[in-house]
Design a protein around this ligand. Structure first.
Ligand code: DGL
Length: 246
């Protein structure tokens, strides 16, 4: 069983890519919507929340845990790897290196939570690949309104907060909730190129499982157990709809 966690249903954007590579895997997806948003909480608070979920997933015998949340990854993964040396953690990060690899000459907007952008992990990545034409935009509250599914509010938010960046060509979606609103971002910014970490993290998961000889297609069909910490019954149906949308 592979555990996947996020502060809500946003990590579905990661699971979509994972199941393309592991179509017959067994997954538990933990949507911690009761604690959404993580992005504005203190590092200690986020660590303790994430640690509880990790303990639960380990109790459920997960062979790997995917942090499908940029904020949790940025703040917790180093400490988790130290505290649980025998557990395989796969952590997403904003795909800023992809900009460096594929389109470094263009003006770039990195959208992420405040927690991600202020983290040492992200700052190290940014310093390494800085193209000199990058704006770091903490999108306070955006993950929260996406999580609630309030698309009218999302549109108002994007219009207000992105209006000064209509000249960018690259947009790094540094929060797993943001790929869910790509089309709405395009309505404000035009035909930008998007970069997000979900494909990279999925490939890394498969690579690490193979390296450790862990069997990851254990059943003959895909199985996804969805858990939501706020017991909101609408979450599962939204999640499944997003997972299988074309
Ligand atoms: N999906 C989470 C991330 O990637 C949302 C952050 C939040 O809960 O603030 O950062």
């Amino acid at each position: 069983m592979i555990g996947i966690l996020d502060s809500g249903i946003g990590g579905v954007s990661v699971l979509c890519e994972i199941i393309k590579l592991i179509p017959c895997g067994k997954f538990i997806y933990y949507s911690d919507s009761i604690n959404n948003p993580y992005g504005d909480k203190s590092e200690e608070e986020i660590y303790s929340i994430v640690k509880n979920i990790v303990n639960y997933l380990l109790k459920r015998k997960c062979v790997a845990i995917v942090l499908a949340c940029n904020t949790a990854s940025a703040i917790c993964v180093k400490r988790l790897r130290e505290e649980y040396p025998n557990t395989l953690f796969i952590a997403i990060e904003p795909a800023y290196k992809m900009v460096h690899d594929y389109n470094p000459q263009d003006k770039t907007l990195v959208m992420a939570t405040k927690g991600t952008l202020n983290s040492e992990k992200f700052l190290a990545l940014y310093r390494k690949y800085d193209n000199g034409k990058t704006i770091l935009l903490p999108c306070r509250g955006l993950a929260d309104i996406i999580e609630r599914g309030d698309m009218a509010k999302v549109d108002i938010y994007l219009e207000e907060n992105l209006k000064d960046y209509k000249d960018v060509n690259n947009v790094v979606l540094g929060c797993t909730h943001y790929p869910l609103i790509k089309d709405r971002i395009k309505r404000v910014l035009g035909d930008v190129k998007f970069f997000d970490g979900s494909i990279g993290v999925s490939k890394e998961l498969v690579r690490q499982l193979k390296l450790r000889d862990i069997k990851f297609c254990s059943s003959d069909k895909l199985s996804i157990e969805f858990i939501d910490s706020s017991n909101d019954l609408t979450k599962k149906s939204r999640f499944m709809k997003l997972l299988y949308r074309k």
